[in-house]
Design a protein around this ligand. Structure first.
Ligand code: ADX
Ligand code: SF4
Length: 243
């Protein structure tokens, strides 16, 4: 495609991102990409599938995702002829939580919210990452204060592998420029005030001018708003890789 009439820094980001993904596929096999099926992750999905990179894509299907998010799965299969692998929580553990605390107990305390995220996201993530050398995420620095220091490549000491954030330097505008230029399918909730999309009961639309993650766990303070996917021993630790 032509990138005439787009800023030079956008083209630079794109070339760097494509190079990072190609290096992950070649040097860190087996590697996987964790896709939430949101806008950033559709940029990476498009690059991986169109270039036939040897990186499997998976989604943590928590059991509480929006219908619009789940509807992305057949749309992706139809567009690329490739499927996304789903990882789901252990049903017995979910049942224990629901029976003991209630289906929506995550509204009651930060601890119960984190426990729900642990059961529905973090434990399935560990299964998805087992035996892999690297994983890729769609995190960007400008998404939140907790991501401002995000490195493109990190030593994921908790999972004993490398972690790559190839969109770290991208702006939200860069993401939408890419999606529109390549006519990539995207979650329709993005057009309804949802710049960031997680589980249905823990995500709401934002007002114009609000922080992009203001609709995620909106009842909590900004500094607790991470689900544990990107943490080590309960803390966000940014370890730049030396390789
Ligand atoms: S998070 O707090 O839920 O992790 P966000 O929605 O901003 O935040 O996602 C950041 C990155 O985490 C995504 O780009 C993706 O790589 C990964 N991720 C988040 N949710 C999922 C999911 N349900 N399945 C797979 N990966 C996910
Ligand atoms: Fe549970 Fe909400 Fe976390 Fe989803 S985002 S796993 S529903 S607490």
């Amino acid at each position: 495609m032509s990138f005439a009439n787009v800023p030079v820094d956008f083209v630079e980001h794109l070339e760097e991102t494509e190079a990072i993904l190609a290096r992950v596929a070649e040097e860190f096999s087996p590697a996987v990409f964790a896709s939430s099926l949101a806008a950033e992750d559709m940029v990476l999905t498009d690059i991986i599938f169109r270039n036939e990179l040897a990186i499997d894509i998976f989604t943590l299907e928590t059991g509480r995702l929006h219908a619009e998010t789940l509807a992305m799965l057949p749309r992706i299969s139809a567009r690329y002829g490739r499927d996304i692998t789903l990882f789901q929580p252990e049903q017995t553990t979910v049942d224990e939580y629901v029976n003991k605390f209630g289906r929506n107990a995550f509204y009651d305390s930060i601890d119960l919210r984190k426990e729900c995220c642990r059961i529905r996201k973090v434990e399935p993530l560990q299964r998805a990452l087992a035996g892999k050398k690297a994983w890729v995420t769609g995190q960007r620095r400008s998404q939140s204060s907790t991501r401002a220091e995000l490195a493109v490549q990190e030593d994921d000491v908790a999972n004993n592998m490398q972690k790559f954030n190839p969109l770290a330097a991208w702006s939200e505008d860069d993401v939408w420029r890419y999606l529109r230029a390549n006519q990539v399918p995207y979650n329709p909730l993005h057009d309804k005030g949802y710049p960031s999309i997680g589980c249905e009961p823990c995500t709401r639309a934002i007002q114009p001018g609000e922080d992009v993650r203001a609709g995620r766990w909106w009842w909590e303070n900004a500094d607790t708003k991470e689900c544990g996917l990107h943490m080590v021993d309960g803390k966000l630790i940014r370890i730049r890789a030396t390789t």
